[in-house]
Write a protein that binds this ligand. Sequence first.
Ligand SMILES: NC(=O)c1ccc[n+]([C@@H]2O[C@H](COP(=O)([O-])OP(=O)(O)OC[C@H]3O[C@@H](n4cnc5c(N)ncnc54)[C@H](O)[C@@H]3O)[C@@H](O)[C@H]2O)c1
Length: 316
Amino acid sequence: MVVSATQVKKVGVIGAGTMGHGIAQAYAQEGYPVTITDAAKPALAGVKDRIKSNLKTLAREKLVPESAIEETVARITVVDRLEDAVRDTDLVTEAVFEDLSTKTKIFHEMEKFCSPECLLASNTSSFPMTEISAQMVRPERAIVTHWMNPPYLVPLVELVPGEKTSEETYKTAHEILVKIKKVPVKVQKEVLGFLINRIQTAMNREVYHLLEIGAASAEDIDRAVVTSLGFRLAFLGPLLVRDLAGLDVTCKVDETILPELDSSIKANRLLKEMVDRGEHGAKTGKGFFSYTPESIAELIQERDRRFIHLLQELYY
Ligand SMILES: NC(=O)c1ccc[n+]([C@@H]2O[C@H](COP(=O)([O-])OP(=O)(O)OC[C@H]3O[C@@H](n4cnc5c(N)ncnc54)[C@H](O)[C@@H]3O)[C@@H](O)[C@H]2O)c1
């Protein structure tokens, strides 16, 4: 037996990094008391301030009332130990580093301290639940719920059952995500990278290649994608876009272009060289573009402001 969605009264989160703090926020915003833990003290120390700062942006854009800021933060309890984060909870989401043995160990540990009915979810970006739950006594209550960054704003959560995940677990996970205003999508096969990371990686392979061969500047490639694919894909799926364009035309274009596309099965050379030079993107001040701490803060604020407008326009 696993809890039903209506029986979920308290939520736990393991890992308070980029995703963990945002997942905790998403549940707390919808009224759930949340207990969160992390192995690193600095991550734990900053988690409430981080959530408060996110909420201030949401309040400024009128997505939540001002009064929700303190109420939401008050629903979050920060604890030092995993056992305290999972005890008395009905649903736990794990969001620690993407390392299979760490995740497998955590799922094994969680079972020792949580109730027998508690649903256990992983936010892994790539590992199948069948592997993560390998050492579990009751793997039927485990499921991948793959959120996207920032988790308190992006609607999609991919739901990926493992070989032993029960229908009941899938149903609870689905219902609870709908209840907190997310859009769950079932991934029927445990394909590596699920749906979105596969699609994104396929597109990015060609993006890096176009940059590498000098087809256009980094600024222009981004501008072209944002003002065309991005504009359309905000509410039309890629398959619907093709139906509207005509499949006969699509088929002809594919046959001409596909042989020209990058088909490499290794990370792009340009990308690797940048990584080796320590250019890891915004967090190091340099990636495809350059950043200062101030410009990153501005960019993130502006990103969230626009995401909120999209949410208001298309989802609420
Ligand atoms: N960042 C993204 O855009 C994104 C999107 C979807 C899914 N994910 C997945 O979410 C998970 C977390 O990613 P992130 O970006 O939040 O990483 P992160 O590095 O920001 O945070 C991970 C946190 O886990 C903590 N941690 C590590 N081992 C732990 C343990 N044994 N017990 C408790 N805490 C531990 C770390 O101290 C760290 O604070 C990964 O599986 C990742 O693949 C990330």
